[in-house]
Design a protein around this ligand. Sequence first.
Ligand code: ASP
Length: 438
Amino acid sequence: MGIKVAKFGGSSVAGPEQFQKVKAIIDADPERRVVISSAAGKRSGDDHKLTDLLYLVHAHLTYGVSCEEILHTIERRLYELRDSLGLQYEIEKDLDRLRSRLSRDLSVDELVSRGEYFTSRLLAEYLGFAFVDAADVIFFGLDGQVDREKTDAAIASALARHGKILIPGFYGRLPTGRIKVMSRGGSDITGALAAAAVGAEVYENWTDVSGILMADPRIVPDPNPIPHITFAELRELAFMGASVLHEDSIQPVKEKGIPLNIRNTNHPQDPGTMIVESIRDEERGERFITGIAGRKNFTIIKVLKRNMNQSATLRHALEILDRYHAPVEHITLGLDSFSLVASSAALGDGLYDVIADIRKNCRPDDVQIQDGIALVASVGRQMASRPGISGRLFAALGAAGVNIRTIAQDADELSITVGVQNEQFETAIRVLYEGFTG
Ligand code: ASP
């Protein structure tokens, strides 16, 4: 029998009804033997995540302001979860111990990790899984990086010992014995580490959407989820601003060739998005754009110089931007001119120094600046194999009155990125979604 690792995000464990949904999902498939849980998240729009409340407790302590009210809110939520599900866990004891250490030896990392700890204790009891503390199986080295060898061995042996285990996400232990938390959203990483450690057949990441959406739902109403996507495509989408899993969290499963399935706890029948290393031809389907993402507020720096030595002039300009810590996102190169695109925020006030330096070092005929530019990327592994795609994309944008300021295709032909005016960002995304993802 294979092993499936199921990670549940904060919204999936936010309240008693969500716990019931999680149980139904786990009970439906005996291969789901390793569960990772986030801290209870928001139950509704105006609610708070346990993790945020715990960070708030820390802030109050730092400034010497009473945090009683927040502590009560946290306690109430935990008691309510326990009591409404008829669980036995004596949270009072653990909470009392925590309180007594609050202004003594408790580090901020240990404090905020308790969101995952308490939620997971409750969920483990509810599911009938053995609770395995992340402090006993997720190990960091002195460099702050996860010690994969030690972690793999500890998780594998915990599973062998107990058969079904639940590990809290987001934290682990340093060689000094202290608790360390990962970056926000770090339970995804714990899930990936566990999946890699037990050689899972799939890493299921349960959340509150039915997969990665083809476009931002704030721009395109009700966009379809992406059924299949490669890790490389995902990277492009994430880079261009799509809110998808963080690269670090994917690494352990990617290395081992374990597919990652994003699923919806509220709609478990939906297949969600399957992220894999490569996709077979028969699964490709007809769609050639996998997803669309973009970001606003870029600046185009256009350097004009007749009969220039392109390589040398470009190199000088790139060095200048590098010096001002403004990463270049796109370059377009012509015979007598080139354009560099960088984030306006990264350039900041340094823009004027950049221009002055370009004038001095590149000796151009002119330097022109255009800000308020948005970059929109169409990402799809299928674009490379089809002739005429870019022509059709540009035609569709043109027909909608979107003026394209820059065009760039990545060397792998995995994405085509256009620069448009900020005001036309949403229109460009809608046109691409409507015309090319159906
Ligand atoms: N609870 C942590 C956070 O809110 C980690 C996680 O949910 O993955 O960032």
